[in-house]
Design a protein around this ligand. Structure first.
Ligand code: MG
Length: 225
């Protein structure tokens, strides 16, 4: 069975972040709170999304007391907006090739149910994956630092003998599937665009067995698995 991570494996997570910033900017503009570009610039210039939203809310409340645009409201819009995201190069064709060979596809992703589901919907992943094989940490009751999501996919597919998992984050993507005897594959971020750096120290058992630089290269390993 072919299992894959979502963020920074199937699409660029930075595209989701920028899409969220645009959604926030447009909403503030529409409500005459602030020009969209000004809001987007405040968000982009912060060290991360959370600080950016804090800075933005501070700015909004300088001029608009008693507005509904609180930190919580803006975060909710960010997490639930319909994102403008697309598969990375080669991903759609690769998933189609795998599905065409009759192999099942699963997703194991960490995050909130609502946010991960709008991403899955926007990418059209339900063309390739059946609902029971979408494992989202918030729904599964454990993230990838635990065996829980991997075991859930395995127990949902008792007839499958071989599992392959492709992801991008050595901090948590490969430790448990390695321990469970799965084939593990790291998609190397050659453009330096990933949200989570791959240049971190991890023990040997956290490392993927294979490292590839293009998603479609995984087809060679699928054939072996
Ligand atoms: Mg990832």
């Amino acid at each position: 069975m072919f299992a894959t991570d979502l963020d920074d494996t199937l699409y660029r997570e930075i595209d989701f972040v920028m899409s969220g910033y645009r959604a926030i900017g447009l909403e503030l503009d529409k409500n005459n709170i602030m020009a969209a570009d000004d809001a987007i610039n405040i968000l982009k210039s912060a060290e991360d999304t959370w600080h950016g939203i804090d800075n933005l809310v501070a700015k909004i409340w300088l001029n608009h007391h008693d507005t509904k645009f609180s930190t919580e409201w803006i975060l909710n819009l960010y997490r639930t907006h319909k994102p403008d995201i697309n598969f990375r190069e080669g991903v759609r064709d690769t998933l189609k090739t795998i599905a065409d060979t009759g192999q099942k596809i699963g997703i194991i992703t960490d995050g909130r149910s609502s946010t991960q589901r709008v991403k899955i919907e926007a990418l059209g992943l339900l063309d390739f994956v059946t609902p029971e094989n979408i494992i989202i940490s918030e729904e599964a009751g454990g993230d990838k630092t635990t065996p829980i999501p991997f075991e859930k996919l395995k127990s949902n597919n008792p007839d499958e003998k071989h599992f392959l998992y492709i992801g991008d984050n050595p901090a948590k993507d490969f430790r448990w599937p390695n321990a469970m005897g799965w084939t593990t594959v790291e998609l190397k971020d050659v453009e330096g665009k990933n949200i989570h750096s791959q240049a971190i120290y991890v023990p040997e058992n956290f490392k993927a067995q294979y490292v590839i630089t293009s998603f479609s290269d995984v087809l060679k390993l699928v054939a072996k698995a």
